[in-house]
Write a new protein. Structure first.
Lengths: 479, 465
């Protein structure tokens, strides 16, 4: 096969397929290349299927506590295979949906391993060769291996789990998120290495399903990117649920037994301890997929394992662009999507600006949920900013009490001088759905005044967002 | 250190341009004066000449990229002895807007990033006093300024006049970064330098049309206009830079310059005879081609030039709080091209011979069609000539092209019955209409000007001496 496009996108993850659809909307002849699945990790092995698992865990948790709500549920139990099946079904359905969306927008899908041969020069388009892949069957209607050309080539290849030497995942005792998402049976005990969003979500899921869970974090704080106060509250809740948490702790050695794995953990004082469990989940971050793409060949600049771009997706090589995880942190699906749209609109010549990374929200779907945007209180102090901090506890909100979710906190950070909302940090029920209100406010450059003047519906959890702002200015009502 | 090649400002109003074409490849040796790229501005395609020597190490903005902001890093030149392969874009890649964009003298004085020195295309063609634009452009006082709450608050705290800040947010809304840029750039402070830029525009402050975002002053919104027509009954044509400029400038002209119109009929018989004689007497070049071939329009240009110097008060333009009066006549000539028009200016039209004007116009027209005119070739002028005679138009009025103070709309020369000595007789007649800017020309002065023009056209020998 060979065909010429305006825009070729390598990777059909959330960054790639969204960029492809926007590209088609802008009138570009567009194709997206993937070797494994439409929708990428996010939709197939990340964001979405874990939400399905966590939903099962949540309902299981409620069933166990049915009596708190005046209900009774006897012989509450679960079927691990059915939970996994549901999760895979959710992914499958959305995966098909992406295929449909691409087709509807007349975006071609090319199946295989892509490598850039050359970037566009003059009137000569850039060239990408696509080799056959054995990883997965191509979706219906996909084009196969061959040479494809395009004036603009966008690399959107995402990231994969980071592997620590000596702790290589083996799919049996040492898992990455791939295996953790499709357990044949629920492990009775589990070690989780790393307490970022991925590690904590699996810790929360498996703990709810009854496993003994130990989380080992290298840094002094779990959820290291979150506000220290929020992370501290989360830690207390997790420990109350029975999760064992070690911070400032390093896994120095991992030994595998027949049906177990033993990790030697060294704390910051040099003291070592051993932990044995059925499984170990390695969740120590992700690294960009930069290999075998021909990036070196065409001279694309790479730094710290990610492609260097100008904030508008352009690399140092004209005609080659990068977006999403492969273009650097934060490695989040919504960042990739937004970055992709900025990139393709820049190519089109529309008026674009680099993304403001201070306004990218992050969500962790453990129980309780955690959501945040902007700077943490610690970071603001480190930057020497003069700030006002507002706090409002779930215990002061009618809807939270009615839901039986009285634990949680909404924290806001304002610039003391200008009233700019610098950050918002939340823990508690449904906060992942609340955070967007603050993100909109930040994007519109609201000050505390507009937020105070905004009417929040009663009774909702969102009222706490209002109260937190009021608290920052000493005007809180319900505490 | 590698030499940074920045997007040049090819005209004082240029904010961004399209990188049309790279004429050198990465790895090519570059000599000073080499044309390395072509840039498309709102009006023309311009060549970018290198001012430094070396090897073109990296192209950072691909050809075909639209709307590249002035001063954006577009390429890197490795200096002699430097390994082109090791040359790298500064941190942040092309986003490194290290060279400040605020107006301060010639771009060469702009701070260069990291000790590397900046290389511009030759911009000495820009008229004197030209300022690279990009800093605050007043949105016009009196109009409502759209600004984010945060931008308003910071502006208030820092004493920034928001109406003098150009917004970069959605729909030209002023947002935080615009105010911060204004503070850092030292412009737009209320009081001290409240209207620094307004001086260059021949526009009374109060009447300044809101021109934020460089678009034409608002009429009906897109949705309103579309609402009048059946869906699918039209195709949407995006505006190119020339269309935007024409829309903006001429709307401004009609709103700002009070127009009035004076129409005269000029008899052409003597002129046609003289033209024939002159063309017949033209010498030949070595290929046997005549050295010149005068058109009626060449006479019109010359007549307009002479008329202006004979009526010196009309050889003037409006400049905010005064009138600029000129010694020589600069006459613009509207040249229609595909998708728009240019108005190259014949300088000293009063002094040039008809053949010189004729040959200059041929060159201008050819390069206008190729969009190869330099900005200084179509900027300035006191009046313009717009001739639609070749389309059989008998009479029309034209819109003054700011900052000029008049424009002559010339119709077709045709045989008409005229009354001479009480008797009907046939003569070749051309109708010409002068649009005048009343701020500069009053009715009688305009009449004097067009009478001088008519006299020269009807007694063309006066143009030969």
């Amino acid at each position: 096969m060979s065909e010429t496009y305006d825009v070729l996108i390598i990777g059909a993850g959330p960054g790639g397929y969204v960029t492809a659809i926007r590209s088609a909307q802008l009138g570009f002849k567009t194709a997206v290349i993937d070797r494994e699945h439409l929708g990428g990790i996010c939709l197939n092995w990340g964001c979405i299927p874990t939400k399905a698992l966590l939903r099962s865990a949540e309902i299981y948790h409620y069933m166990q506590h049915a009596s708190d709500y005046g209900l009774s549920a006897k012989e509450v139990s679960f079927d691990a295979a059915a939970i996994v099946k549901r999760s895979r079904g959710v992914s499958g359905r959305l995966n098909g949906g992406v295929g449909m969306l691409l087709k509807k927008n007349k975006v071609d899908v090319i199946w295989g391993e892509a490598s850039i041969e050359s970037a566009a020069k003059g009137n000569e388009p850039g060239k990408v060769t696509v080799k056959e892949t054995k990883r997965a069957e191509p979706p219906k209607g996909a084009k196969g291996a061959g040479t494809y050309t395009a004036k603009h080539i966008i690399v959107a290849t995402g990231a994969r789990p980071r592997v620590l030497p000596g702790i290589e995942p083996d799919k049996k005792q040492i898992w990455t998120y791939y295996e953790a998402m499709v357990p044949e049976k629920m492990p009775k005990s589990l070690l989780v290495m790393g307490s970022g969003a991925i590690g904590i979500e699996f810790a929360s899921f498996y703990r709810t399903m009854g496993a003994e869970v130990t989380v080992i974090e290298l840094l002094p704080q779990i959820l290291p990117v979150e506000d220290a106060e929020i992370a501290g509250l989360a830690r207390k809740r997790f420990e109350k649920q029975g999760i064992k948490i070690l911070t400032s702790a390093k896994v120095t050695k991992v030994e595998k037994g027949a049906d177990s794995v033993t990790a030697t953990v060294e704390d910051d004082k040099g003291k070592t301890q051993q932990f044995t469990a059925e499984k170990l989940i390695s969740a120590v971050g992700v690294v960009g997929n930069i290999e075998n793409l021909g990036l070196e060949k065409v001279g694309v600049k790479i730094e710290r394992g990610v492609v260097v771009t100008d904030g508008l997706g352009r690399t140092n090589v004209p005609g080659v662009y990068a977006i999403g995880d492969v273009a650097g942190p934060p490695m989040l699906a919504h960042k990739a999507e937004h970055e992709g749209v900025i990139c393709i609109e820049t190519i089109k010549g529309l008026h674009t600006h680099p993304m403001d990374k201070a306004k990218i929200p992050g969500c962790t779907y453990c129980h309780p949920q955690i959501a945040s945007v902007g700077v943490t209180e610690g970071k603001a102090k480190e930057l020497g900013l003069s700030i006002k901090v507002g706090r409002f506890p779930f215990a002061g909100n009618g809807k939270a009490i009615a839901l039986g979710e009285p634990d949680g906190l909404i924290k806001t950070i304002f610039d003391a001088k200008t009233g700019q909302l610098l950050g918002a940090h939340m823990i508690g029920a449904e906060v992942t759905e609340l955070i967007q209100g603050y993100v909109v406010a930040m994007t519109l450059e609201s000050t505390e005044e507009e937020l105070m003047h905004t009417v929040f519906p009663h009774p909702t959890l969102s009222e706490m967002m209002h109260e937190s702002v009021l608290d920052a200015y000493g005007r809180v009502i319900h505490t | 250190m590698p030499i940074n090649v920045l997007m040049p400002a090819l005209s004082p109003t240029m904010e961004k341009g399209n990188l049309a074409k790279w004429l050198k490849k990465e790895g090519d040796a570059i000599k000073s004066g080499d044309v390395i790229a072509e840039i498309e501005t709102d009006k023309a395609t311009m060549e970018v000449e290198a001012v430094d020597e070396g090897v073109l190490a990296k192209i950072l903005v691909a050809e075909g990229t639209a709307d590249v902001p002035v001063n954006e890093l577009i390429a890197l030149i490795a200096e002699e002895g430097e390994d082109p392969g090791s040359v790298q874009a500064p941190k942040g890649g092309a986003e490194a807007k290290t060279a400040p964009v605020e107006p301060k003298g010639t771009p060469d004085q702009n701070a260069a990033p990291d000790g590397a020195h900046a290389s511009y295309a030759r911009v000495d063609q820009a008229p004197e006093g030209a300022k690279p634009s990009g800093a605050a452009q007043p949105a016009g006082s009196g109009d409502r300024v759209f600004a984010s709450p945060l931008a308003r608050r910071i502006a208030k705290q820092e004493g920034v006049d928001l109406s003098a800040v150009k917004g970069s947010g959605p729909h030209g809304r002023v947002i935080q970064r615009d105010v911060q840029a204004a503070i850092e750039g030292g412009t737009a402070k209320a009081g001290a330098a409240a209207k620094p830029e307004a001086k260059s525009a021949p526009v009374p402050e109060k009447a300044a049309p809101k021109a934020a975002g460089g678009s034409a002053p608002a009429g009906l919104s897109l949705d309103q206009v579309k609402g009048f027509y059946e869906k699918g009954s039209f195709e949407e044509v995006p505006l190119d830079g020339m269309r935007k400029t024409i829309a903006k400038r001429l709307t401004e002209a009609m709103q700002v310059a009070p127009h009035f119109y004076l129409t005269v009929d000029c008899e052409l018989d003597a002129l046609m005879k003289l033209r024939e004689t002159l063309n017949g007497s033209a010498g030949k070049d070595k290929d046997g081609k005549p050295l010149f071939k005068l058109s009626v329009n060449d006479f019109v240009i010359k007549a307009m030039g002479l008329a202006l110097t004979r009526v010196p008060a009309a050889n003037a333009v409006w400049a905010e709080d005064r009138i600029l009066r000129f010694k020589h006549a600069e006459v613009g000539v509207a040249v229609a091209i595909d998708g728009g028009l240019f108005t190259p200016v014949i300088r000293k039209a009063d002094q040039k011979t008809l053949s010189a004007i004729s040959n200059e116009m041929k060159d201008f027209a050819g390069r206008a069609r190729a969009k190869k005119l330099k900005p200084e070739e179509y900027q300035g002028g006191v009046t313009s000539v717009s001739n639609l005679g070749m389309f059989g138009i008998k009479h029309f009025t034209a819109v003054i092209n700011p900052p000029q103070s008049s424009i002559l709309a010339v119709g077709a020369g045709e045989k008409r019955v005229v009354v001479k000595d009480g008797q009907p007789t046939v003569a070749q007649v051309m109708t010409a209409t002068l649009s005048c800017d009343h701020r500069v020309l009053d009715g009688a002065l305009g009449a004097e000007l067009i009478a001088a023009f008519k006299g020269l056209i009807e007694n063309p020998m006066g143009m030969l001496v």
